[in-house]
Design a binder for this molecule. Structure first.
Ligand code: GRF
Length: 214
């Protein structure tokens, strides 16, 4: 069982999808702890309900980013965490932390990277007129929303979409993609070579997603 730590700052719907996946029989990962930098993060309740150790480490209590990240690191080590999942964790991590957890630290971002990194990604996709949106699970590098891609899922952008409707459609895909990426890693099927990943025994339907369809 791959011991996984999840870092959150907010509502934790992706955390919930990981908790649900880990509860299914035969799933090769378990959530060893959840850490939030915000005491009021809704996701903490998901962890507590599932009897997963839930910790609050407020970044404001620490004089520097490094001191905050040392506390995160110590808590992850205390739980013998092998892989860290960022799930709506709203702090930029320093190169020290990122390199310490290199290829053992993953993130989910709600766009098809490298398009639309950063915040307001759904509005940016709508404003640009993109016809496909989606999400990306990737290994974390020091540059924000950058790093070897493990998995992507695409959804259409529809004519009447606003930020909320598009976000909701992408979020549904996120809730499938993140557990699947975790499974691939836990099954040792993800290899990083020259900043690309290669997935052992990967399958895909081969079908194109068209938008518009006619
Ligand atoms: C998700 O859209 C995720 O892709 C992004 O932050 C959001 C977190 O949502 N990194 P939740 O807290 O998992 O519901």
């Amino acid at each position: 069982m791959l011991k996984t730590g999840v870092l959150i700052s907010g509502r934790g719907s992706n955390l919930q999808s990981l908790i649900a996946a880990c509860a299914t029989p035969g799933f090769p990962a378990e959530i060893a702890c959840v850490i939030s930098n915000k005491a009021d993060a809704g996701g903490l309740d998901h962890a507590r309900k599932a009897n997963i150790p839930a910790h609050v480490i407020p970044n404001r209590d620490y004089p520097t980013r490094e001191a905050f990240e040392s506390a995160l690191d110590a808590k992850l080590e205390e739980h013998n965490v092998q892989l860290v999942c960022l799930a709506g964790f709203m702090r930029i991590l320093t190169p020290w932390f990122v390199n310490r957890w290199r290829d053992r630290l993953i993130n989910i971002h709600p766009s098809l990277l490298p398009a639309f990194p950063g915040l307001d990604t759904h509005q940016k996709a709508i404003d640009y007129g993109a016809k496909l949106a989606g999400c990306t699970v990737h290994f974390v590098r020091a540059e924000m929303d950058h790093g070897p891609i493990i998995m992507q899922a695409a959804v259409p952008v529809l004519n009447g979409d606003d930020e909320q409707t598009l976000a909701a459609r992408v979020l549904q895909a996120e809730h499938k993609a993140y557990p699947q990426a975790l499974r691939l890693i836990a099954e040792n099927r993800v290899n990083v070579f020259e900043e690309r990943t290669f997935i052992t025994d990967a399958t895909a339907s081969g079908e194109a997603l068209f938008n518009p369809e006619a």
